[in-house]
Every structure is written in structure tokens, then in C-alpha cells.
Write a protein that binds this ligand. Structure first.
Ligand SMILES: [Fe+2]
Length: 283
């Protein structure tokens, strides 16, 4: 799907609301504080996952009216699939944990929300100056592909090539990062519904701020501070996924199964907010 984002001011990108109503409410308040209208807000998917409020979180995003692409969670829930589609090995911690939250979410989700999810686009394209940008969830062809900061550059380059875009905006992996490859950019704004495994309870979001006077744009990664303890209490009251309630409290993931070695070694080290300036006319 192609969208037109011409107009002044920054774009706000975020991913992974993960049924975390407190985090999603905070994200919307932050957009209002920054005076960013819904048509300049893009969600990279996975509105429903680990936390306590699947229906209320979908309702909030639908009411907000921002752009949304389909994550693996939307895809699986819309198709009445048996699991979240991440392909975890049988019996691993991720496999066991995802079975519990997925069953809860699948059972709770309203039909009209499921139908709304099935109609979401798999990707969004837009122009930023002379550059083209594509928003995806995981990989260009595999919605559940995990691409991390440490993922090999040739893997990222191949993904960017297959998107035929200058800027690739992705989600899914849960760790925010921005990387420049020559004139091209990989931008993962992170997720708002779970912490970044950095021992802080904050979520993360991204801003893309065009600077017309210099022909550049600033790609920023920002912390989303919100009442994660309230989200944890609400989830703990349900009693079915205590590990994720604990993650909301501590800022540490319940399982590192999906993390490459480099990201495992970053466990508990607070991430830094980043601003990276990109030329919008690199020729
Ligand atoms: Fe995902």
C-alpha cells in the first residue's frame, strides 16, 4: 500500500503494542504531545501479543486511525492459526510461553478486530524527499524473520535490495536500532509493549524528522516512559503468563532463545537514545 506523508514535521514509527494498553495509551499521548497527526504515525504490527488487553489495545489503535501493517500476530490471529507463527522449536521456553499468551489472545479477540486485522496491508511504501521507504514487519518475504542489530550486513542488504527501497522500516525483533548502508538505511523503531531487555521498563519508538533546509532527515530512537508496573499488575492478575509480567517489571526478557550471542551479551545494559542524520538526496 502506498501512502502520502508530505507535510511538515516528523513521522512517528512504533511497533509491538503487544496487548499492552498502558504502553499504547502512552504512545498515543506522546504523539499528541509532539503534535504528530495520525496520518504521520506508522505501526509496524503485532498489536496483540503477550499482555493483558488484546481487544482494548486494538480498539485504541483503530480509534487512533494511524497507519498499521500486518505483523505475524495479526496474520496468525486473522487466519485462525494455532500459534503466533514465530516458528519456535518445540519445547523451548519461547514455544511454551507463546502457547499460553496466544491461546489467551486468540480466545479473547473479537471477530470484528480479527476481520480488521485480515484487511491490513503487509507493507507500506512512501517517499521521503528523493528516497523511497518501505515499512515491513520482519523480513520482506518472511513476516517472521528476525533481523537484529548483529544480523550480518549481507542479510540486511539482501532484504533492502529485495524491497527495492532506500529506507527499510521494520519491527518484530523487539530491539530498536538504526543502521546506514552507504545511501541506504535500516530503521527498527523498537516496540512499545515489552522492554528492550536492557533492564529498564521503557518501551521504544522512532521519529523521522525531515530537515528541508539541509536536505537531510534525522532518524531518532526514543524511550517511551510509561506506567509499566501498572501493565505488569494487570497481566499478573490474569495469572497465565507471569514471566511477561516479570519482564514488564524488570525490563528483562523471560527467554533469550531468539537472541543472537551479541544481543544476549547486551542483556541488562541500558540502551542509548540515538539521532542519525541521513541525506535525502545522496546523488
Ligand atoms: Fe512479530
Amino acid at each position: 500500500m502506498r501512502i502520502d506523508i508530505t507535510g511538515p514535521g516528523p513521522l512517528l514509527c512504533f511497533g509491538g503494542p503487544y496487548s499492552n494498553l498502558e504502553g499504547t495509551e502512552a504512545m498515543r499521548r506522546e504523539a499528541q504531545r509532539l503534535a504528530i497527526p495520525p496520518n504521520r504515525v506508522i505501526c509496524t504490527g503485532d498489536i496483540v501479543a503477550y499482555c493483558a488487553n488484546p481487544n482494548e489495545t486494538v480498539e485504541l489503535v483503530r480509534d487512533w486511525g494511524c497507519h498499521v501493517i500486518k505483523g505475524n500476530c495479526e496474520q496468525q490471529l486473522a487466519e485462525l492459526a494455532e500459534d503466533c507463527g514465530c516458528g519456535f522449536d518445540d519445547g523451548t521456553a519461547c514455544d511454551l510461553l507463546s502457547a499460553r499468551w496466544y491461546a489467551f489472545a486468540d480466545n479473547a479477540l473479537r471477530d470484528d478486530h480479527r476481520q480488521w486485522m485480515s484487511a491490513l496491508p503487509a507493507s507500506i511504501d512512501f517517499e521521503l524527499g528523493t528516497l523511497t521507504a518501505r515499512v515491513i514487519h520482519g523480513g520482506v518475504r518472511d513476516v517472521s524473520r528476525f533481523v537484529f542489530p548483529s544480523t550480518a550486513n549481507d542479510v540486511k542488504q539482501a532484504e533492502i535490495d529485495s524491497a527495492a527501497a532506500d529506507i527499510l522500516i521494520a519491527g518484530h525483533c523487539g530491539i530498536p536500532f538504526v543502521e546506514k548502508f552507504g545511501t541506504r538505511v535500516w530503521f527498527n523503531p523498537g516496540v512499545i509493549g515489552m522492554p528492550a531487555n536492557d533492564a529498564t521498563p521503557d518501551g521504544w519508538y522512532g521519529l523521522i524528522t525531515p530537515q528541508p533546509e539541509t536536505g537531510t532527515a534525522v532518524f531518532s530512537l526514543r524511550r517511551l516512559c510509561y506506567d509499566a508496573q501498572a501493565a505488569a499488575r494487570r497481566l499478573a492478575r490474569l495469572g497465565h503468563v507471569d514471566s511477561y509480567a516479570e519482564a514488564l517489571r524488570t525490563g528483562l526478557w523471560p527467554s533469550l532463545d531468539v537472541l543472537p550471542q551479541a544481543e544476549r551479551q547486551q542483556t541488562g545494559i541500558p540502551l542509548r537514545e540515538i539521532d542519525l542524520t541521513i541525506s535525502l538526496d545522496p546523488t
